[in-house]
Design a protein around this ligand. Sequence first.
Ligand code: SF4
Ligand SMILES: [Zn+2]
Ligand SMILES: [Zn+2]
Length: 301
Amino acid sequence: MKCTRCRQKAVVALPSHTAGFCAPCYLVYFERQVQRAIKERRLFKPEDKIIIALSGGKDSLALASQLKSLGYDISGLHIDLAIPESSPTAREHVEKFCDSRAIPLFVLEMKKQGLAIPKVKSRIKRPVCSICGKIKRYYLNKLAMDKGFTALATGHNLDDETARLFSNLFSWNEAYLGDQGPYLPEENGFVRKVKPLYRLSEFETASFCFIAKINYCLAPCPYSRGASFSFYKTLLDELEHRQPGRKLSFYEGFLNKGQKAFAMLNEERGITPSPCRECGYPTSEDICGVCRVKSMLADSG
Ligand code: SF4
Ligand SMILES: [Zn+2]
Ligand SMILES: [Zn+2]
């Protein structure tokens, strides 16, 4: 196969775009997809101060590398979950990556907050991933707001987004559908949230890291039961295989035709968050989820 841009030998085939690229042209393709996402969905402007959630995996590091080379004002934030089997290596990858590219990095240690994830898992009899997700969202938002960042960027890719959308549609989860998309505006104490990689698949971010020589963390979290929404990802992979390009058209179709209707429903039902009684974080209840987890841990000794 020949490169669609320069006719040299292609190293990455992309059936969804009926295209293939050599290594240098693939980097151009990747950059254009990110620029297109930023422009079409008005994610942020050059004057924005962006903080990127860096887990150490391929998506977040690819995103940071691309935004840095596009000249955006970025910093990284890594949340050290204190999981012995995976956290030290994840943190090391993030620190080395940011060091080598002169990206300012914040590291928040959950152990210092009394929220080491192994402790949470052993004391609270609820699925650990939902609590861990809550804790990560809380601290990402808190640091972004406290330090005056204007946008929080995450490395969610097209596979993550379509699987989540499919799952939310399958269960007609109206509230989540109204909030789903690559852009959530700043409001009620929550920072603006953006997902500039939403046009790119997992395969495409992995190919980018390989070509751009980004050394990312491969150690899986021991509590993970495989990729999130893995069943839906498998179904959508099969669909994409039969009809290349369907994932992106499915997702963009939702953004262009469906999302607004669900967002309006959410607005009509209007639950405006108010500050948590303990910590001031915006919540729809009296006390926020993280303060409740902290008090459950205190009660369990
Ligand atoms: S797999 Fe679950 S526990 Fe592990 S980092 Fe992810 S959300 Fe947290
Ligand atoms: Zn080429
Ligand atoms: Zn709170």
